[in-house]
Design a protein. Structure first.
Length: 191
């Protein structure tokens, strides 16, 4: 509001094109100085809170509705573990946030076991501001889905909720999906 009134005041006192150009430059300069000052204050306040916000992540759940006859449980468990490791390693390299580990003793540490309520409370206790959870769903040998959400624990609302597909049920396909998920989280949840 103050910026608008300064702008109107400056423009009402100006006559002629050259003076109007100088006044706009003056107003823009003042506005730029205001933005720089606000940025410095925000940066100082952000640094006092410990720097980057913390992100806690769970293991992703897995669901298979493909109806394939052959038992692939061991293969899917290994691929899911590799997916979770790749996801965490990729997110740990992001300079926008710190990754926080959740403590899970006997449960799977997923949204289903012990559940979102328990894990979000653990994430808050660990000092996390954001909480990531998700699921991989195998539709068929050719089609799989990755669904995930990031919650802002301070605001108690989702930051993003994404749904992606990938092709194939191989180690390479799952690794590609994990790397793509990392990039998607960085692009759409923490721009």
């Amino acid at each position: 509001m103050a910026i608008v009134s300064i702008w109107e005041e400056e423009m009402s006192n100006v006559r002629g094109v050259n003076r109007q150009f100088r006044s706009r430059s003056f107003v823009y300069g003042r506005f730029f100085a205001f933005l720089v000052s606000a940025g410095a204050i925000a940066s100082a306040a952000f640094a006092e809170t410990g720097g980057r916000p913390a992100l806690a992540t769970t293991n992703f759940d897995f669901r298979d509705t493909s109806g394939e006859v052959r038992d692939q449980t061991a293969e899917h468990e290994a691929r899911l573990e590799a997916f979770n490791v790749t996801l965490r390693n990729g997110l740990s390299e992001n300079p926008k946030f710190d990754l926080v580990a959740l403590t899970c003793q006997t449960d799977q540490c997923t949204a289903k076991d012990p559940g979102l309520d328990v894990l979000s409370a653990r994430a808050k206790t660990a000092g996390a501001r954001f909480f990531l959870f998700g699921e991989i769903h195998k539709m068929s040998t050719l089609v799989g889905w990755v669904k995930f959400a990031v919650l802002d624990l301070n605001e108690n609302k989702p930051v993003c909720d994404r749904f992606m597909t990938y092709r194939g049920d191989t180690d390479e396909a799952w690794q590609h999906a994990a790397k793509f998920t990392v990039r998607d989280i960085e692009k759409h949840c923490f721009p």
